[in-house]
Design a binder for this molecule. Structure first.
Ligand SMILES: [Zn+2]
Length: 341
């Protein structure tokens, strides 16, 4: 009887344990053990000229980037959009540093540093304490942690084209389509092509209006091009007898516009009248000229509001970057690049 008891016990063990082991075994096969995710902190140090304080500071590269992302993109945006911004900003810095070194360019504004915090010259940057103050007590920690995660999770990742870091330009809001590089600046850059961009209407600056008296409008154009000659219009002045020729870019912005016998680039008109973008139409209302403007920024490369929209649709940061920069790869900075900078 005792032996039978052992046999029954043995059988029970076999019946219960074998399927258990098998099930567990299958489970392990179907779901690979997850790689332990370690947040790699970059060892890279960057010299930053803090323009507001007139001093040069050595910063860990990621810490510098957190200040850039905090200054350049709303912290309320989707984490994948923030990651895309972090990688674009990191790439932008590498691209500039490598090119400065290659061409042996010294930047007097940097006072010996690699980069500065003047948004008109390099990228905008904000200190952690100023960013937290801007966000307010309720959001400060949440937003800083989110931005830190976006930067740390993409540590040392940059965008390359032909094995070189790209000129990862970006803007706030497109008009619904981004611009080809040559329509805004001089050069055709193969990865900066016009693409449709959705979700721009969520930007508070998607639509804007600039209105000024016709006389002031003429005066500003005369300052830019003294040779300009306006027709003496009889009766009501209309846009048709003011504007002779109007060409658009692929992205829908004004490429060139002829006024008073002079050709202006859309980007020139944007600068003269401080428009949010070069995607505008002209109207005359009474004695005023009205610019109806779509989008905010130069319109080239990644649109930040478009990136956030894609992230909200479930796209990850790599998909977002590959959408806005054509035929690029996302890679880990290698040692040769680090030495190049
Ligand atoms: Zn600078």
């Amino acid at each position: 009887m005792k032996q039978l008891g052992y046999v029954v016990l043995f059988m029970m063990i076999v019946i219960i344990l074998i399927p258990l082991v098998l099930v567990k075994g299958c489970g392990q096969n179907s779901t690979q053990p997850k790689k332990q995710k370690t947040v790699k902190k970059t060892q890279q140090i960057i010299k930053v000229y803090i323009a507001e304080e007139d001093k040069v500071v050595d910063m860990n590269f990621n810490e510098y980037l957190k200040g850039v992302v905090a200054a350049e993109m709303p912290a309320s945006f989707n984490i994948e959009a923030l990651k895309a911004q972090a990688v674009a900003a990191r790439t932008y810095v590498y691209y500039r540093l490598i090119n400065y070194k290659k061409s042996n360019i010294q930047i007097p504004e940097h006072k010996g540093a690699d980069i500065c915090t003047n948004p008109a010259h390099c990228k905008a940057w904000i200190s952690k304490s100023n960013a937290m103050e801007k966000w307010g007590l309720l959001s400060a920690n949440k937003y800083w942690n989110k931005i830190s995660k976006a930067v740390d999770d993409t540590t040392d990742r940059i965008i390359i084209y032909n094995d070189e870091p790209i000129d990862a330009v970006f803007h706030s809001t497109s008009s619904g389509k981004t611009e080809n590089s040559e329509d805004v600046w001089a050069n055709v850059i193969p990865y900066l092509r016009s693409v449709p961009s959705q979700g721009e209407q969520f930007s508070p600056k998607y639509i804007s209006k600039v209105e000024l008296p016709i006389e002031e409008f003429k005066e500003k154009l005369r300052e830019a091009k003294p040779e300009i000659k306006f027709k003496d219009s009889e009766g009501d002045l209309s846009v048709n007898n003011l504007v002779e020729n109007l060409e658009h870019t692929e992205g829908g912005s004004v490429k060139t516009i002829r006024i008073g016998g002079c050709d202006f680039k859309g980007t020139e008109i944007r600068r003269i009248f401080e428009l949010n973008s070069a995607h505008f139409s002209l109207d005359i209302e009474g004695n005023n000229i009205v610019f109806n403007v779509k989008g905010n920024g130069h319109g080239v490369g990644m649109s930040q509001y478009g990136a956030n929209y894609l992230a909200e649709q479930g796209k990850d940061y790599e998909e977002i970057l590959k959408y806005y920069y054509k035929d690029i790869k996302i890679t880990q900075i290698d040692e040769t690049l680090q030495q190049d900078r």
